[in-house]
Write a protein that binds this ligand. Structure first.
Ligand SMILES: Cc1ncc(COP(=O)(O)O)c(C=O)c1O
Length: 385
């Protein structure tokens, strides 16, 4: 037997409590039972989004909600600003033209956060743009962008919004949507929400809804106004057949998160990130990012080690699945997740596996060095007795 550990930045591990809840018999989505479950779930979800707006649930992966955020804002011929510092930033630039929407791209070196001055300059040069589209956490480079400062810029512009892909940030870092003036926040089920893939969540500000009224790219399935009408109090269901078992699972996940307390959820994620960064640094692996994400740590594999082969060895021979590199980072980095159903000893497993794999690949590594560095960070979580 090789015991399997899923330590990738999505999909992430699903807690037993959630698996058991999702194993309950299916309920019909046009019933008072489902509506009660849906209303409770939506209300808890809005607490996690930290918003008085509607947090809508869409049956799709995160990319579906990214597309909806463009099509519900824009008409053909409109232009948006995209922060492209990795694979997911690039995705905005791929979606928009399929709807006749133009893109002004701010190209950011992979591993760097976007410079606010560059966003300011792009807005000044293109005052007609409908929005700035950015990742809170760019998973391909494990980098956080300064979303709060970007939102402060568009707040001054009556017809321009900030749209945040928080697919690996919501439920990981404290990012109060309303307080920070984020106009759109998007997330997905298979990340910090500890669920299988298939459900996306999106909340939009009043300003976004106002601009959305005249957008003509909407399409049919992802018409957010139609969804909002169905999902609001009174109807409490989705416009189309939902991923009901995922919504049932989300109900349980949100209870877990709120029982732990969101402050503690954020503190736990930060501690795990700090321990992982300390661990990989002790192994001589350089971080990809100068603004490292709290959801996953990306680091370069030592010189002379084939990162692709290392990743496959960890997964297939040792049973530990991380993420490798995307784009030009393929074969050069490992990305170690620490989001969702993830606790202290998962960090130890991750680092221990990496050390042993590096040893087998002939890299000059001292077994236990990464683990010890992480332990020195993690041990403070426990009281002295
Ligand atoms: C930051 C970010 N944006 C977008 C996506 C795409 O989401 P999905 O694969 O659920 O469509 C991902 C997935 O890893 C992501 O990490």
């Amino acid at each position: 037997m090789i015991k399997q550990y899923l330590l990738s930045p999505g999909p992430t591990m699903v807690p037993e409590r959630v698996l058991l809840r999702m194993a309950h018999p299916m309920i019909h989505h046009r019933t008072p039972q489902f509506s009660a479950l849906f209303a409770e779930t939506k209300q808890m979800l809005e607490q996690v989004f930290q918003t008085d707006n509607d947090a809508l649930m869409l049956t799709c992966s995160g990319t579906g909600a990214m597309e909806a955020s463009i099509t519900n804002l824009c008409s053909p011929g409109d232009t948006i600003i995209v922060v492209n510092g990795g694979k997911f930033g690039e995705r905005w630039s791929k979606i928009a033209p399929t709807h006749g929407v133009g893109v002004v791209e701010i190209t950011v070196e992979w591993g760097q956060p976007v410079a606010i001055a560059d966003v300011q300059a792009a807005l000044a040069a293109n005052p007609e743009v409908k929005g700035v589209f950015v990742q809170a956490s760019e998973t391909s480079t494990t980098t956080e962008h300064p979303i709060r400062q970007i939102a402060a810029l568009t707040a001054e512009m009556p017809s321009c919004v900030t749209v945040v892909d928080a697919i690996t940030a919501l439920g990981v870092i404290d990012m109060p949507m309303d307080d920070w003036g984020l106009d759109v926040v998007i997330s997905g089920s298979q990340k910090a929400f500890m669920l299988p893939p298939g459900l996306a969540m999106i909340a939009c500000s009043e300003k976004y809804w106002r601009l959305s009224a005249s957008a003509s790219c909407k399409g049919f399935y992802f018409d957010l106004a139609t969804e909002r009408k169905s999902q609001r109090k009174g109807k409490d269901t989705t416009a189309w057949t939902p991923a009901a078992s995922l919504i049932t699972g989300l109900n349980e996940v949100l209870k877990m998160m709120l029982e732990e307390g969101m402050e503690q959820v954020y503190a736990r994620h930060l501690l795990l990130a700090e321990a992982t960064r300390a661990g990989v640094s002790a192994l001589g692996m350089k971080l990809i990012s100068s603004a490292p994400s709290v959801s996953a740590t990306g680091a370069f594999v030592p010189d002379g080690v084939d990162g692709k082969a290392l990743f496959a060895f960890l997964r297939d021979t040792m049973g530990v699945t991380f993420a490798g590199g995307q784009g030009h980072l393929q074969g050069r980095v490992l990305r170690i997740a620490h989001l969702g159903y993830y606790d202290l000893f998962d960090v130890i497993i991750a680092l221990s596996a990496i050390e042993m794999a590096l040893d087998r690949f002939g890299a000059p590594v001292t077994l236990g060095a990464g683990v010890a560095a992480a332990q020195a960070v993690l041990v403070n979580r426990f009281p002295r007795v």
